[in-house]
Design a binder for this molecule. Structure first.
Ligand code: GDP
Ligand code: MG
Length: 367
C-alpha cells in the first residue's frame, strides 16, 4: 500500500497525473489516499516507470563498483559456533566473552544484540554471532547473506561425533567456511579428545598434528581452560584468510536481528561488513529504509561510527527489516525510498506469483 503522493514522488510526476491514471482505472482518489500495491505497479508500468525504479538500485550499485577499494584494511573475523546440542556452544560463547578484558575493566555487561565482539589485550578483535547452532547461520545463508568467515565446531569429548556434528560440518563445507574444532568438556572424567580426532578424521577433518590441515583445540568451556588458545587459533586462521575491507567506503552489511521495542521502536542489529557506518547515514535494508538515529555496540556503548566486522544496534528504521536482509548506505533519502519501494513492489509481485495469482505477463515484467 502506498499513497498517491508517495507514488507520484517515486515516479517523479505531479500527484494529479497519478490521480488521472487512477481515474482511467475507475478509481477516484485524493492525494493522501492509499492505493493497493498492484494498482501502483500497474500505473508505474503504464507510465514505463517500473523499469526506471528498478534501475535506480542498479545505477547505485554500478557507481559503487566503480568506486575502487583502495584502502583495504585487515578486519576482524566473524565467527559462528556450531555443534551438537548440549556439546557446549552456549557455555563456550559465555567463556569467550569472559576473556573480554576491555569489558571486564569497564565492568560492562554484554548486551544481547545478536553478535558480540571479543577484544584481546593487544587490541585484536573477533566478532562472534550470538545465536549458537545452525539457525542463524542457515537462515542468514539461505537468504544469500555471507556473514561468517570461520566456524568453530564444538564437539564434547565425552560424547564424540553426533548427528548434528555431521550436519554442521556439511553446512560449513557447503558454504565454504573453514572449520576450527573445539574439543570441549576435557575437564570431564570420561573425556576422550583423541576419539573425537579419530571420528572427525573419518569425516575428512584431519588434525594438523596428524598431517592434516584442521586446527583442533582441547578446551573446557566450563573451567575456561585453553579458551585463550582457541582465540589465538581463530586469529591465526583469520590471518591466513587475509580478511580485508575498505573502511573508507559507504557502509554495507547484513541484518543479524530485528525487533519491535515498546520504547525504542524498530531496533535492528547490523553487522557492518564493508565501509564505515555513521550516525546520520541514510540506508536501505531489505524493503525498508531509514536514517541512523543512534548506534550502540554490544556493550551498550553509544557509537558515532562503526567499521567493518562491527555489529551495532541501530535505531532509525522506518519499518522492521528481516534477519538476513542486506543493508547499505545510499546517498540520499529519495534514493533510499525509491529502492525500498521498488523492492517492496517486486516482492509483492513475487509473492503474487508464488501464490499462483499472477499472470504470465506479470512474471515476465519482474524478470
Ligand atoms: P549447547 O546446547 O551446545 O549450547 O550446550 P550448553 O552450552 O548449553 O551446555 C550443555 C551442558 O554442558 C550444560 O550443562 C553445560 O554446563 C555443560 N558444559 C558445557 N561445557 C562444558 C565443559 O567444558 N565441561 C563440563 N563439565 N560441562 C560443560
Ligand atoms: Mg545452547
Amino acid at each position: 500500500i502506498i499513497t498517491v503522493r508517495e507514488l507520484a514522488d517515486i515516479l517523479k510526476v505531479p500527484p494529479n497525473q497519478v490521480m488521472a491514471e487512477l481515474l482511467k482505472r475507475g478509481i477516484l482518489a485524493t492525494i493522501n489516499q492509499t492505493i493497493p500495491a498492484e494498482v501502483a505497479v500497474s500505473i508505474a508500468e503504464g507510465m514505463g516507470f517500473l523499469a526506471e525504479i528498478k534501475s535506480v538500485e542498479e545505477k547505485i550499485d554500478q557507481e559503487e563498483e566503480e568506486e575502487p577499494s583502495e584502502n583495504l584494511q585487515p578486519r576482524p573475523p566473524v565467527v559462528v559456533v556450531m555443534g551438537h546440542v548440549d556439546h557446549g556452544k552456549t557455555t563456550l560463547l559465555d567463556a569467550v566473552r569472559k576473556t573480554n578484558v576491555a569489558e571486564r575493566e569497564k565492568g560492562g555487561i554484554t548486551q544481547h544484540i545478536g553478535a558480540s565482539v571479543v577484544e584481546l589485550p593487544d587490541g585484536r578483535k573477533i566478532t562472534f554471532l550470538d545465536t549458537p547452532g545452525h539457525e542463524a547461520f542457515i537462515s542468514l545463508r539461505a537468504r544469500g547473506a555471507q556473514v561468517t568467515d570461520i566456524a568453530v565446531l564444538v564437539v564434547a569429548a565425552d560424547d564424540g561425533v553426533m548427528p548434528q556434528t555431521v550436519e554442521a560440518i556439511n553446512h560449513a563445507r557447503a558454504f565454504n567456511v573453514p572449520i576450527i574444532v573445539a574439543v570441549n568438556k576435557i575437564d570431564k572424567p570420561g573425556a576422550d579428545p583423541q576419539r573425537v580426532r579419530r571420528e572427525l578424521s573419518e569425516l575428512g577433518l584431519i588434525p594438523e598434528e596428524w598431517g592434516g590441515d584442521t586446527i583442533f583445540v582441547d578446551v573446557s568451556a566450563k573451567t575456561g581452560q585453553n579458551i585463550d588458545q582457541l582465540l589465538e587459533y581463530i586469529l591465526l586462521l583469520a590471518d591466513l584468510l587475509e580478511l580485508k575491507a575498505d573502511p573508507t567506503k559507504r557502509a554495507k552489511g547484513t541484518i543479524i536481528e530485528s525487533k519491535l521495542d515498546k520504547q525504542k521502536g524498530v531496533v535492528a542489529t547490523v553487522l557492518v561488513q564493508e565501509g564505515t557506518l555513521y550516525v546520520g547515514d541514510i540506508f536501505v535494508a531489505g524493503t525498508t529504509y531509514g536514517r541512523v538515529r543512534a548506534m550502540t555496540d554490544d556493550k551498550g556503548r553509544r557509537l558515532k561510527s562503526a567499521g567493518p566486522s562491527t555489529p551495532v544496534e541501530v535505531l532509525g528504521f522506518e519499518d522492521l527489516p528481516m534477519a538476513g536482509d542486506t543493508f547499505k548506505v545510499v546517498p540520499d533519502e529519495k534514493t533510499a525510498r525509491q529502492i525500498a519501494e521498488a523492492r517492496r513492489l517486486q516482492k509483492e509481485q513475487l509473492e503474487k506469483v508464488s501464490r499462483g495469482l499472477a499472470l504470465e505477463e506479470v512474471f515476465k515484467k519482474i524478470q
